[in-house]
Design a protein around this ligand. Structure first.
Ligand code: ATP
Ligand code: MG
Length: 285
């Protein structure tokens, strides 16, 4: 799959209308579900084992999207393929009183993955240039200088992670306004989906255009070589999963984690340890 077409090139002008929200017609749904996705998930699992054993690099996947774009179901269907030991999901909600008493990256830095791990951010530091900007929560409406310096801070933060072995990849699930409406209607009409319904989501929807503008500006200024943004079509969930699994495999291949070799000392003594084990008396407690 050509994932390049979903990647936002650094410093390029971003118009979300130019990015598709729909599946690519050259993919067959049944084949993806039955063959291609399971194969990719298996490969992700194998690479993750090596990443974990190597214990020198980490991956941080940042997920951002409008409501009902499918962040939760993506985590459920793609990232559960990973071994939970070595995988950490953190959801960022409205900041707590304690979090608000710190700089906005405080809670983020604490949640970054350890070496060997894949960390998934369900929402992230980017809320601080999205919801915060759209709702003017910091009283900086129209202050481009302020927002640009925040973008610079985000880039510097991610550069720091990259320099220290944490590979950052950012995914925007690009759902259309029409598809969001359908999904909200399902949440209203189907009792088993009522728990997902939030009246506040409908109010956020009314700010759709403001959000799109905030997303465009943000991606334009924070998609970098070291921490790229991908705009992944999100109207067809099975296709979203396929694209995200391809993005993950691309990163894992590039990181090329290696299972560490034994030290020379241990290697030399293997015969000795084998003998000790084999000479154990089986009747001994
Ligand atoms: P779901 O798909 O289940 O609704 P969700 O990610 O929307 O998942 P919610 O608990 O509904 O989870 O919403 C979290 C809310 O917290 C979002 O409205 C988001 O904008 C808000 N939020 C996250 N980070 C911040 C932040 N730094 N400042 C203000 N609001 C934030
Ligand atoms: Mg929500």
């Amino acid at each position: 799959m050509d994932i390049e077409k979903y990647r936002v090139k650094p410093k390029s002008k971003v118009k979300l209308k130019d990015y598709s929200t729909k599946k690519d017609d050259s993919y067959d749904k049944q084949e993806v579900k039955d063959v291609l996705l399971p194969e990719n998930l298996e490969k992700m699992f194998e690479y993750q084992e090596k990443l974990y054993a190597e214990n020198k690099q980490a991956i941080l996947v940042v997920l951002q999207a409008m409501d009902a774009a499918g962040k939760d179901s993506l985590i459920k269907k793609v990232f559960t393929a990973l071994n939970p030991q070595g995988c950490k999901v953190t959801s960022f909600k409205q900041p707590s009183v304690e979090e608000l008493d710190h700089d906005y990256l405080w809670r983020i830095a604490k949640a970054t993955p350890a070496y060997g791990e894949v960390g998934i951010f369900n929402r992230s530091h980017y809320e601080d240039v999205l919801v915060t900007r759209v709702h003017d929560l910091v009283d900086k409406k129209g202050n481009e200088k302020f927002w640009n310096s925040r973008f610079e801070e985000l880039n510097n933060f991610e550069k720091h992670l990259d320099n220290n072995g944490v590979k950052v990849v950012k995914i925007f699930l690009h759902v259309s306004k029409e598809e969001q409406k359908e999904r909200f209607l399902d949440r209203i009409n189907l009792p088993e989906k009522h728990w997902k319904f939030a009246s506040s989501d409908i109010l956020e929807r009314q700010k759709w255009d403001d959000y799109m503008k905030a997303y465009e500006d943000m991606m334009q200024k924070t998609s970098t070589d070291y921490a790229p943004w991908y705009v992944v079509p999100a109207d067809n969930k099975w296709f979203t999963r396929m694209v995200v699994s391809e993005i993950m495999l691309d990163i894992l291949k590039k990181l090329d984690p290696k299972i560490p070799a034994l030290s020379e000392e241990d290697e030399k003594n293997l015969d000795k340890w084998r003998e000790i084990l084999l000479s154990e008396d089986d009747n001994e407690e």
